[in-house]
Each structure stands twice: as structure tokens, then as C-alpha cells.
Design a protein around this ligand. Structure first.
Ligand code: TYD
Length: 131
């Protein structure tokens, strides 16, 4: 399975570090929505869905977490622990997120507004539709 980690150029100097996100540049779609998860409780596993059309890039801007990505044929685990790396999540990819560190802030950029009808929340339906 081809997982794309986008390296995000870090502008650093003696004041610290800065990463800029620009659609059409380091983000391969027009950014229509940004959301972020934080204060995720111990032992929590989130996600458990795929999207019919939505593309996203996930960045652990602080702390660490793990992603399980599943395209219906293969599953892969990805660790996000670097604010200068973005994980591209294409459509029709089942995802689960877990092992959030206490300080984890997981930011997600998306190419569409929130739309419940774009979700596939049943794993069996996902397997059927991803054939
Ligand atoms: P949910 O889909 O349960 O998150 P996860 O994929 O991490 O399990 O979303 C949690 C709540 O937030 C749910 O009530 C829907 C709402 N929500 C929005 O209003 N806008 C958004 O962009 C997202 C991602 C969620």
C-alpha cells in the first residue's frame, strides 16, 4: 500500500521553528476545512470510518499518535510524531487513530466542508464499496 508522507519544510532560526501550509504547494488540494483533536483521553481510539470523496492531510502539530490505514486489501500502521510531516489520506481509506500522547494535537486539513453523507462508518460497507 502506498502511503504518502509529505515533508513540510521547516523554517528555523534561533527563535524556533515555523511550518507554512499552502494548498497547491505542499498540500495537494484546496483546503476547505481545518480541524484538530486535542485532550484525547487515555486508551481512546477514534475514526472508524472512511470517506467516499474527501481527501485529508493529518499533522501531529504536537505530541504523537498512531494511524491505522486500511484500503480494503492491506492495512498499515503509521506513527505521526513530527510537526514537519503530513500524512496524506486519500478517499476510500478506512482510518483509526490511537495511542495519543497526553499532549497530542492532531490537526487535519480537508478538501471539503463537513458532510455526514460522505462518511462510510460501517466496516463491512467499506469493504463492499472499496472493491
Ligand atoms: P467524529 O466524526 O466522531 O470524529 P472522529 O473521526 O475523530 O471519530 O466527530 C466528532 C464530532 O465532531 C461529531 O459530532 C461531528 C463533529 N465534527 C464537525 O462538526 N465537523 C468536522 O469537521 C468534524 C471532523 C467533526
Amino acid at each position: 500500500m502506498n502511503i504518502q508522507i509529505i515533508p513540510l519544510q521547516t523554517h528555523g532560526d534561533d527563535r524556533g521553528s515555523l511550518v507554512a501550509l499552502e494548498d497547491g504547494n505542499n498540500i495537494p488540494f484546496e483546503i476547505k476545512r481545518v480541524y484538530y483533536m486535542f485532550n484525547t483521553k487515555d486508551g481512546v481510539r477514534r475514526g472508524f470510518h472512511a470517506h467516499k470523496h474527501l481527501k485529508q492531510v493529518a499533522i501531529a502539530v504536537r505530541g504523537t499518535c498512531r494511524f491505522l490505514l486500511d484500503n480494503g486489501r492491506e492495512r498499515i500502521e503509521v506513527v505521526l510524531d513530527n510537526p514537519a510531516q503530513g500524512l496524506l489520506i486519500e478517499s476510500f481509506m478506512w482510518r483509526e487513530m490511537y495511542d495519543f500522547s497526553d499532549d497530542c494535537v492532531l490537526m487535519v486539513l480537508a478538501d471539503q466542508h463537513y458532510d455526514e453523507s460522505d462518511y462510510v462508518r460501517d466496516y463491512e460497507d467499506f469493504l463492499e464499496q472499496s472493491k
